[in-house]
Design a protein. Structure first.
Lengths: 308, 308
DNA sequence: CATCACCCATAACATCAGTTTATGGCCTTA
DNA sequence: TAAGGCCATAAACTGATGTTATGGGTGATG
């Protein structure tokens, strides 16, 4: 509610090209060098940086005849800019994979949480190793992912569930855990001892829809504590769940990956849970026997963070 | 090295206005509604969304005479877009604080890590509560922050050090910890048992410069284990440290906040450390006796995640 | 010192994406 | 059937961003 913005964000924040240019200036140490790197001319770079400085009302670079270095404010702004550019790179990596749907070499299927929060980063890294590989991405729930891998519509799948799927080989690529989080104004935010599993089970929660990997894990973990109460809200996307919790509607349960930023910024507070195991493995899966090769193997080893 | 991009990112990723528009369409459920919300006309919105679809090569919205809803791909793209927009909002919040240096009401001083990773989020929230408050921000190391608060050049400070500063009152607002991280190719990435404090102390590390809060905490924690070996590299910014570690130069030590994304994406791997306490409190500080009031109090309670 | 090789700034002009205004067609509802 | 949502298209306007062309600094080198 009440998040009107009179002037759209886009008019107050320099555009991606300008931010990229600023990063290049920081790395290279001169405006003209940065311009060369980005394939534009020096006057263009000069004018763009100047425009950004007047818009922000702060000097970003110290110009000298020997080059340009960031001012103290410039360094800070550059770090914020870097985060925007990194998010844009993740967007680009995902978008390329999505576009490549037709004529691609590596077809990936992934559950929503992994596709949203992890895959873009991996794809950026993969592009570094194999710039020519076109990647396509299909996102769906675990059952859909497994199906696509089994029918060879995908070369590699990523799932979050508990079950080791039949007919597939798999490797654990990371541990995730479910987190119970509430808005800072919620009573649970002040509990230092957190909640017992039984209390959690009995409390109406904001959850993803039945059938999602998140929901499955939660159901299983609380089965021994009376089972899950009827949900307070049942929403179709991670984002919607987060938004409801941020608004103070009640406690939500989501992957740690989805709430890292909100927890760090204290927009949400984690509530420790005792008596239930909310960890879960993130797995890569592929058709049984058919060990991934080529780009699929590269992606797999990236995700495990170890060389083959 | 070798991260040439032939076409700059800015030409492959829709601009912030377009991403914002897409988010608005997702929320509102119609192109014209989204257009109204952003203060542009319906044809502009229509053409912009279409341009984005052709650029990405994917249909993002299902149009109907009753409104427009996201396609499955559209929902995924929207989530990636949201992360870009959030980063841009953080940029904006920080930039506004920086600009407001002259005629502002709330003056904040913060150490680099907090200013980079946490403050923008808090400032977004603060703007929600008090849209009219102009905030100014000064970033520096802990000593500078303390100095500014003592001399009343800042109303509120945020520091990371171990020491409780003299002449100031403080409140712990969060726990942070230092993380030892290495590139996936580094030998330590495969150690399941991590490293002993003594081994860590004896190993040349990639560190922030002496005098930074991070460095102080590390020095103190390893003092009993033979003290810190001569650094492998000593760099002036968090980002430079990260870049060196990502390149495989060696182990780095940074705030958990700085490496959350890299750890999640497996571009870096955390190495557990036994025998040393690398936790540290993040504190808000203010002049002794002068309990924060007004906007300072609001910001403080936001950071603590509890109502006054 | 003069030359060369960097750096940055400014001016005048070209280009293109994004915008508006002005339409028209499609569906649902009263 | 008229009214009021929605979306699409066409044509003209605007401004930001780019270019080429030029000039003025600094420092290394013979």
């Amino acid at each position: 509610m009440g998040d009107e913005e009179l002037v759209p964000l886009a008019h107050r924040v320099p555009d991606l090209g300008a931010l990229e240019l600023l990063l290049a200036v920081a790395r290279v140490g001169s405006l003209s060098g940065a311009a060369r790197r980005l394939g534009i001319t020096q006057p263009a770079a000069s004018s763009r940086i100047r425009a950004m400085e007047t818009r922000l009302g702060v000097a970003l670079v110290d110009r000298s005849p020997r080059g340009s270095t960031l001012t103290a404010e410039g360094a800070l702004v550059t770090d914020w800019a870097r985060r925007v550019v990194e998010a844009a790179e993740a967007f680009d990596a995902g978008a390329q994979a999505l576009r490549g749907r037709r004529d691609s070499r590596l077809r990936v299927a992934a559950s929503m949480t992994i596709a949203e929060y992890l895959l873009p980063g991996w794809l950026i890294a993969l592009r570094g190793q194999r710039p020519d590989t076109a990647v396509s991405l299909h996102a769906g729930n675990s059952a859909v992912v497994v199906q696509r891998v089994l029918t060879h519509e995908a070369d590699l799948g990523f799932v979050e569930g508990l079950t080791v799927p039949e007919g597939l080989d798999s490797a654990v690529i990371a541990q995730d855990r479910l987190v119970v989080a509430v808005a800072p104004v919620h009573a649970w935010a002040r509990r230092t001892r957190g909640v017992e599993a039984a209390e959690l089970a009995a409390t109406p929660l904001i959850l993803r829809e039945r059938g999602s990997g998140t929901r499955q894990v939660l159901d299983a973990a609380l089965a021994g504590h009376g089972g899950l109460a009827a949900p307070l809200l049942e929403l179709a996307s991670t984002t919607a769940v987060k938004a409801a919790a941020l608004g103070g509607a009640g406690p939500c349960v989501l992957s740690e990956l989805a709430v890292v930023d909100e927890l760090a910024a204290r927009r949400l507070v984690e509530v420790p849970v005792s008596g239930a195991e909310l960890g879960r493995a993130l797995r890569a899966v592929w058709p049984a026997g058919a060990r991934p090769a080529g780009p699929a193997r590269d992606l797999l080893s990236l995700t495990r963070g170890t060389s083959p």
